[in-house]
Design a protein around this ligand. Sequence first.
Ligand code: 2ND
Ligand code: ZN
Length: 384
Amino acid sequence: MTSQHQHTPGADQIRRAPKVLLHDHLDGGLRPGTIVDLARETGYQHLPETDPDKLGVWFREAADSGSLERYLETFAHTCAVMQTREALVRVAAECAEDLAEDGVVYAEVRYAPEQHLEAGLTLEEVVEAVNEGFREGERRARESGHRIRVGALLTAMRHAARALEIAELANRYRDVGVVGFDIAGAEAGFPPTRHLDAFEYLKRENNHFTIHAGEAFGLPSIWQALQWCGADRLGHGVRIIDDIQVGGDGSVKLGRLASYVRDKRIPLELCPSSNLQTGAADSYGEHPIGLLRRLHFRATVNTDNRLMSGTSMSREFEHLVDAFGYSLDDMQWFTVNAMKSAFIPFDERLAMINDVIKPGYAELKSEWLFQQTASTSGSAVEER
Ligand SMILES: O=c1[nH]cnc2c1ncn2[C@H]1C[C@H](O)[C@@H](CO)O1
Ligand SMILES: [Zn+2]
């Protein structure tokens, strides 16, 4: 009989399993229909398609170029329709609702406030609108029987020069909806050390931050993010694989940086579908997450941009279950890793793990166990 631990979950179980999301961009997760509505309401005339289905396909295809720079160009359209308070509240509320509907129980969603000032909002107004939207989305989710908690990460764009200002903003709204800071944007040519003042400030304030590193550029970027900037987590970090040698006999040798990342339990915010689109991996089966999970890195599963990748947390897990045969126990392992790595206080993370995540997986596994008993009881004699 198949053990419950080896059970590969189906789509429905994956969706119902509690999931934790640490790396998701607000401006990369809009519903296509909402983009069309907002463009109409705000007079934005440059959408490549005005039919929601076609627009969704356009984003996925345009983001599928194999280049991070070209992938990032698609955000011009989403940011263009996220310039008013009403638009930001709506997008944030729908984001929380969509994640909750997908079984996400805790999410840290990031966005760059500096990209939402074109119609005259201040940085503070942007943050307050998004916070309001998240609270509204959490409330609507509760009404439809889902529970989710959403925290915001404020992102500074690495090609710009506002990182310190955004870090100060993150600090001001700490404990008021914002749980940390991030930098994003094109990686090659924009090392994180350009923003050292922002990271040093956050460290002095005992605040938390993650850095997009090791996605389009390799080990030097990861090394800088950790050893110069002091990042708590790595956004992607997938190229840490370049510091791991696997011999023909299956033996594995970790370089100094890879050892440091594993020994220090540095969380890797891995985003498989996004990596396939920007060229960091060729297929799900070849994605480094398989090896990193086997080697017990602090690996987590994330969506990055649900719109551009046509994905969700459940879809990401479906791909991984297909590629690696992951069980509910593997899913729970990734989920607990993510919850341990969140930027909210330790006692709250622990409560989520013990009171939400573990009971959720126990319930699914018990469901499976009883189904197994029912379906095998007729053949008990043969099995003996
Ligand atoms: O995967 C990514 N790498 C680097 N930057 C990214 C990625 N996904 C989104 N961004 C950028 C584009 C968005 O406008 C910005 C803030 O969410 O972050
Ligand atoms: Zn990202």
